[in-house]
Structure formats: C-alpha cells, structure tokens
Design a protein around this ligand. Structure first.
Ligand code: FE2
Length: 210
C-alpha cells in the first residue's frame, strides 16, 4: 500500500529534473521512516549536497529570473511542494550588492544551498528572553562567514541572520520544511530593538524542467 502512495506522489514530480526528483524521493523516505525534525533535516542536508553538484540543475539555473523583490517584498521561485510532508523547493536569486533584512524563518527549518555566486552570512544572538514572536528584541551580532557555491547554510527554527550579496548574482537553492506564507517570520531592527512580523517571501511558481 505504501508503495502505491509513493508512486502516485512521484508521478506529480515527473516534470522536475531527475536529480531534483531523486532528492525529493530521498527526503520523503526520511519522513516515511519516522524520526525527529533535527535528524531529518541534517540528513537532508547531505542529500542537498549531491543535488547542488548536479550539472543539469546548474545549467537550468541560468534561466531563472531575478526574484529578490516583488512589489517591495522579497520573492522566491517555487519549484515543488510536497503534498504529504509539506516541504518545498525554492530558489532565491539575488542581484549584485543586495542585502536581506535581519530576520528569522519562524518555526520552519531551512537548508540554504549556494548554487552560484557568493555572499556573507551574518548571525545574531537573541540576548533577552522574550517571546518568540516579539515586538521588541535585544540582539547582538554573533559573527559572519563567507559562503561559496556548494555551501549549505543550515537554519533551524528562530535563528536570526542576514545575507549580504557580493558584486555578482547569487543563487540560493532552498529547501524549507514548509512553504513561506504558512508561518510567521520576524524582521529585526538591531539599532532600535523593534521587531515586526511578515509572512515571508512571495512565492512564484516556476518549472524545474526543460
Ligand atoms: Fe533567511
């Protein structure tokens, strides 16, 4: 019976690049096998490493449009949403020089793989012990690192960060535990301590196939 369900689900992914389909199949197997989210997402991170090396995916990304901003909101390409487990495949294409807000990804888990370009990721620690979705928050910069193609930033729930692009186009291929818009994210102002909430990047369906 379980096999039949898998076959039905797979047919819905038949329009994706083979390496992306393989990735989805492997992640679905993690959910089917049980296990907690930290374990599922750290293993999925290893699978994503393989997908990021796929030449066909790199080639396909040359066709992806810039998607950082849609009517003032950040935008993501949306390639796939799993009907059973809710995880999604996205991409974020950043034009040269752009930087994101200081933000978290709310309760979701994120694997942010760099496919092209390079940028600086800065992390922040929350100093106060207020609510997870606050009006004010005391945060401190906790360090920065440069990321290059092949690197995967592992972002657990509520982790605060910011990305600064360099002088080239940077593409992030992103796996999220649920689609943006289905959970609340915080956006922090480190200078004033104010926090506002938003529902994440605009989702723009895009076909991951030739
Ligand atoms: Fe982020």
């Amino acid at each position: 019976m379980a096999t039949q369900v898998s076959e039905i689900e797979l047919s819905s992914t038949s329009n994706m690049l083979p390496a992306a389909e393989t990735f989805v199949t492997r992640v679905r197997a993690l959910f089917e096998g049980g296990g907690d989210e930290p374990k599922i997402w750290s293993t999925a991170c290893e699978y994503l490493r393989d997908l990021l090396e796929d030449e066909d995916l790199k080639k396909h990304s040359e066709t992806w449009p810039d998607s950082l901003s849609v009517e003032g909101k950040p935008g993501n390409l949306l390639f796939y949403e799993d009907a059973d487990y809710g995880f999604v495949l996205n991409a974020l294409v950043k034009a040269p020089g752009l930087k994101t807000s200081v933000h978290d990804h709310g309760r979701s888990w994120t694997l942010y793989g760099v496919l092209e370009g390079g940028e600086t990721v800065t992390r922040f620690d929350r100093i106060d012990d207020g609510l997870q979705v606050p009006e004010m928050a005391d945060i401190r910069e906790a360090g920065s690192h440069e990321v290059i193609p092949g690197y995967i930033d592992f972002v657990p729930p509520w982790e605060i960060h910011q990305e600064h692009n360099t002088d080239q186009r940077t593409i992030g291929f992103i796996v999220r535990s649920q689609r943006s818009g289905t959970f609340v994210q915080n956006r922090f102002n480190p200078d004033t301590g104010t926090v506002d909430q938003y529902d994440g990047p605009v989702q723009m369906p895009y076909k991951l196939a030739w």
